[in-house]
Write a new protein. Structure first.
Lengths: 284, 282
């Protein structure tokens, strides 16, 4: 904990009014978060286990669900490395150099966070749909993008590429480049400098960015929903499988798949907390 | 190393390579696709485009999307502030756990939040059942849209306000109290002015996110045209009807709104920085 102006150094006894306020505000906070966060999370787990562990297991091992899990893992295996590479490149250019048009570049990187995921799917229809700019040409050559895996991958890239870059840019700006310049002036090669100096400095931020990006990739619903065509066992990712099972009133199976995604979310939060603790101890 | 006049000189390598790749990637992944949408929308004759945008069903969807997003962001401004205050100012068992949980809506896939909220708030659900006894129906009504957006927007407000609360000078609070100021007066004259820019930023971020939200809403809202149909859902409906012009018009409108929201967020943050700068000088 850093000692900002808001942290009191000496403790003073609370007045009666302050104690009442404290109890009231804490009660409101806990009730609000309980209703909003814990109740839905609890509902996922309770519904997933409504027919016992056997019912849960049957839900997540259904062939269509297994295909959805595989597609989600495949998408993440393509998208996360691509976005990581982009994030490192963008952060290197933006945090290490001064150039014209930099703020425009930063705004462009933030753009996917401001647009609706539905728009990310929609634009791909106009590019690669049968009447889209490239759709007809690609279809003539037997390449299907819309309602197929390439479309899912592209839509997922659009909504998830900012996350690594956004973690790294402020971190690298704050760290500065004195150590890199020192290494280079002593004759280290650029690549060696990056691997030996920069990478160790940014590893916790990079790790967190990758984890956050992965969570967004595996959980994306809106963009993928527009583009996937919902073909069972073929173009359904895990969130889409959740939707289909839910709409078919197969609640145990729907919540079983949802519970896997909820576990991923909880792991993401645990990793975030660990990385924050780690970078705090490493920074001091 | 090719470094033209666009960049200030630097001893570091890799400028051309990294900037080149970044620019190429952004052009391919975001500029080109957005251009396809904008050009498609401008391909529609202006009168027809206006007709599509002013369509009664579309206008009803804007009302719901903007109204629910504003209401949810307002609710979050109040409760998110109380939550941030509790996390920053009070020590209590489980504080760290609660603090980590704030990011759950970021991490939880929206479809999961959606079916979970629909289950909890459905008339047969745990909370929905109790509310139904009181005559309040949440699931499959506009209220359901607001509830989903409160969940989605919460982290934006709490994470904006938390650092600002740490900056409030507690000496000032103590001084005010010792001079006889009541709790409310301290809040209004000292705490609120310092935190207001952060609160405004959080509100705007939550509002912007709420306008475009899709996954967490479609399960709880009922999706009735004119009643509980949000604009992003209407875009999906138009696409499914092969009404590409309708989808392009609405998509273009939503994109324009996103740009305005980005400008608004920048303006609010700039205002906050100037304001806090002034406070520090005094």
């Amino acid at each position: 904990m850093t000692a900002g102006p808001g942290v009191r150094t000496g403790s003073r006894p609370m007045t009666r009014g302050a104690r009442v306020t404290r109890v009231a505000l804490l009660a409101v906070s806990i009730a609000f978060l309980g209703l909003l966060l814990l109740a839905p999370l609890g509902a996922v787990l309770i519904q997933a286990l409504a027919k016992g562990v056997g019912g849960w297991f049957a839900g997540v091992t259904e062939p269509d669900t297994v295909a959805a899990i595989k597609l989600t893992l495949l998408t993440a295996a393509i998208v996360v490395p691509v976005n990581t590479l982009f994030g490192i490149c963008a952060a290197w250019a933006i945090a290490r150099f001064e150039f014209r048009g930099k703020s425009l570049l930063v705004t462009l990187i933030d753009l996917p966070l401001a647009i609706s995921p539905v728009i990310a799917g929609l634009v791909l229809v106009f590019l690669f749909g049968a009447q889209g700019w490239f759709g007809g040409w690609l279809l003539d050559r037997g390449v299907q993008v819309i309602f197929a895996v390439p479309g899912i991958v592209l839509a997922t890239i659009i909504i998830s590429f900012p996350y690594v870059a956004r973690e790294l840019i402020p971190l690298m700006q704050q760290q500065g480049s004195d150590e890199e310049i020192a290494a280079l002036s002593l004759g280290a090669r650029p690549w060696t400098t990056f691997v030996r100096i920069t990478l160790p400095k940014i590893r916790w931020g990079l790790l967190y960015g990758v984890i956050l990006c992965n969570a967004r990739v595996m959980g994306e619903f809106g963009a993928v929903s527009v583009i996937s065509g919902h073909i069972r066992g073929v173009t359904n990712t895990m969130p889409l499988q959740v939707e289909i099972l839910y709409n078919e009133y197969d609640f145990v199976a729907a919540f079983a798949v949802a519970s896997l995604l909820a576990m991923l979310a909880i792991l993401t939060l645990v990793a975030k907390t660990l990385v924050e603790m780690r970078s705090r101890t490493a920074g001091h | 190393m090719a470094r033209g006049r666009i960049a200030a000189p630097s001893p570091l390598p890799g400028f051309g390579l990294t900037l080149g790749f970044t620019t190429f990637f952004l052009s391919a992944v975001i500029l080109l696709p957005l251009a396809a949408l904008v050009i498609r929308a401008f391909g529609i004759p202006p009168a027809e485009l206006l007709g599509l945008l002013a369509d009664e069903r579309a206008v009803a969807s804007y009302r719901l999307s903007f109204g629910a997003a504003a209401l949810a962001a307002g609710i979050n401004a109040v409760f998110g502030f109380i939550v941030a205050w509790s996390l920053v100012r009070y020590e209590f068992p489980g504080r760290r756990l609660l603090d980590a949980m704030i990011d759950l809506p970021f991490a939880l896939p929206t479809a999961v939040s959606g079916i979970a909220l629909a289950t909890v708030f459905s008339p047969t659900g745990w909370l929905g059942g109790k509310l139904a006894l009181a005559g309040v129906q949440v699931a499959y009504t506009r209220l359901g849209v607001v509830v989903a957006l409160v969940l989605i927007g919460l982290p934006f407000v709490v994470r904006s306000v938390q650092p600002a609360l740490l900056e409030v000078h507690r000496d000032l609070e103590d001084a005010a109290e010792s001079l006889g100021a009541g709790g409310l007066q301290v809040f209004r004259r000292i705490i609120l002015p310092t935190v207001l820019p952060a609160l405004a930023t959080g509100f705007t971020l939550a509002f912007a996110r709420g306008i475009g939200e899709y996954g967490s809403i479609v399960f709880i809202s009922g999706n009735l045209p004119f009643e509980t149909e949000i604009t992003p859902l209407l875009i999906v409906v138009r696409l499914e009807q092969y009404d590409y012009a309708g989808a392009a018009a609405l998509g273009f409108f939503m994109l324009a709104v996103s740009f305005v929201m980005l400008l608004a967020i920048n303006a609010v943050q700039g205002w906050g920085q100037r304001r806090l700068g002034l406070v520090a000088v005094r």
